[in-house]
Design a protein around this ligand. Structure first.
Ligand SMILES: Nc1nc2c(ncn2[C@@H]2O[C@H](COP(=O)(O)OP(=O)(O)OP(=O)(O)O)[C@@H](O)[C@H]2O)c(=O)[nH]1
Ligand SMILES: [Mg+2]
Length: 439
């Protein structure tokens, strides 16, 4: 050991070789010099392992269609890159291929957009086979659009490489066209594989539906604390992390409250300007949310009011988009352990649909469970049934569907008054007392 010189790890100085250093850029539409959007871009970059050296925003109605920024601002950006020593520009919006190309040409450093960063994080965080397929599909779709851009660009420059040789390429077909065809073939194959995954999941879901246990989905902005809340409520050990998009695959666990069993599902988080390629590729995952009886919308209650409102709005939008807009919903304002009394009051004032919780300390979790039970109860239909003794299976099913039963054993069978989920009530109609059920 003595003759091996071990260098101490550099402290305080970043390793310039390993680090990518970005200037974060964005367009602020409308008024307010607020750059909350770039805070989030900074978080995305941090999650992707990129340091943010500087930020630059331009206020304008819409980004420039050719270069994103206006010409003057572009000059400033070039100077900022030189000053800060950045080796990358990261844009808060998805760039059109043309914008990306023109920016790179004007700036002399690679330019990445918000969608590429999010896709990169998803690729890094995907562990399951399904997750990897979904991410690859989204990436290919994103790249295919860019390839097309590149292709027309090359054609215009007369650089499209013609290849009439033997092999897979047809005469006159350029390399880029071949690449595009391969990408399309791969996209078809991925969609096929995903349909198989979807079929498996559908079988599992059908089982869950048959089991009559109410399902609750946790939905919310990335990093809001959904997985931590799942763990707090069900005692699960789902991974939690202070980075964006930690969870990509859905996890379902059960819990009991007031004699009723529930299933609780944790799934992928949302973000503002969620890339449409991901919404498309993650359809199967997002469906977990659309099929729930109830959605608990988890919010980071410790975030500043404007970004909290923006996050709530973004989640509502995605829920609408995936067809879960009409599902009953509770707002769980999480991380209240980080707020003082005044902060908590401000958070909850005028919000009768919301519960303040801390998934970390367990505070408010019982109230949340009560709220879940109450919201669920509103979806229940009262039934009065007479179930013959030989219908043991039906009685078990009823137990699951209704939780506690008001039962009385009579000579001809079990007389029961209960409340069951509306979607299941039809199963018990055959045993209804006096035709229509009464409360
Ligand atoms: N102080 C505090 N921190 C919390 C609380 N709940 C979660 N966190 C922290 O917030 C971060 C994100 O938590 P997760 O549970 O991974 O969040 P998520 O919503 O599942 O995030 P994604 O899976 O990335 O969408 C982690 O660092 C948690 O430790 C809370 O009630 N209080
Ligand atoms: Mg999570």
């Amino acid at each position: 050991m003595a003759d091996v010189e071990t260098k101490p790890a550099p402290t305080g100085i970043r390793n310039p070789r390993a680090r990518q250093r970005a200037v974060a850029i964005g367009v602020v539409r409308g008024l307010a010099g607020e750059d909350a959007g770039l805070d989030e871009l900074g978080e995305l970059l941090r999650t992707a392992g990129v340091a943010t050296e500087a930020r630059m925003v331009q206020q304008r109605a819409e980004p420039d269609p050719d270069r994103y920024f206006g010409r003057g601002k572009l000059e400033e950006l070039r100077a900022e890159i030189a000053r800060s020593g950045a080796n990358l520009v990261a844009c808060d919006d998805e760039l059109a291929p043309r914008q990306e190309r023109n920016l790179e040409a004007a700036l002399g450093v690679p330019v990445i957009d918000r969608t590429a960063i999010i896709l990169d994080i998803f690729a890094d965080h995907a562990h399951s086979a399904a997750g990897k397929l979904q991410v690859e599909l989204a990436q290919l779709e994103y790249n295919l659009a860019r390839m097309r851009g590149l292709w027309t660009h090359l054609e215009r420059l007369g650089a499209g490489r013609m290849d009439g040789g033997i092999g897979t390429r047809g005469p006159g077909e350029s390399q880029i066209e071949t690449d595009r065809r391969l990408a399309r073939d791969r996209i078809s194959a991925l969609r096929r594989d995903l349909r198989d995954v979807e079929r498996n999941r559908e079988t599992m879901r059908a089982e869950r539906r048959r089991s009559a246990v109410p399902t609750v989905a946790l939905a919310g902005y990335t990093n809001a604390g959904k997985s931590t809340l799942l763990n707090a409520i069900t005692g699960a050990a789902v991974g939690v992390g202070d980075r964006l998009f930690h969870t990509l695959d859905p996890t379902t666990r059960s819990f009991e409250h007031d004699g009723r069993r529930y299933l609780l599902t944790d799934t992928v988080g949302f973000i503002r300007k969620l890339p449409h390629q991901l919404v498309d590729a993650f359809k199967a995952t997002l469906e977990e949310t659309t099929l729930a009886d109830l959605i608990v919308h988890v919010v980071d209650g410790s975030a500043p009011a404007p970004s909290r409102a923006a996050a709530i709005e973004a989640v509502d939008e995605v829920l609408d988009e995936i067809g879960a807009g009409a599902t009953p919903r509770i707002l769980a304002l999480n991380k209240i352990d980080l707020l003082d009394d005044a902060g908590r009051r401000d958070l909850l004032v005028g919000r009768r649909d919301a519960v303040g919780v801390s998934a970390a300390t367990g505070e408010g979790v019982d109230e949340l469970l009560d709220a879940i039970a109450a919201a669920f109860a509103r979806t229940l239909e009262p039934v009065e049934l007479l179930i013959p003794y030989e219908e043991g299976a039906t009685l078990n099913e009823l137990h699951e569907a209704a939780g506690s039963l008001d039962r009385e054993d009579r000579p001809e069978g079990v007389h029961v008054r209960a409340r069951v989920p509306r979607r299941l009530a039809h199963r018990f109609r055959a045993f209804a007392v006096g035709g229509r059920s009464a409360a």
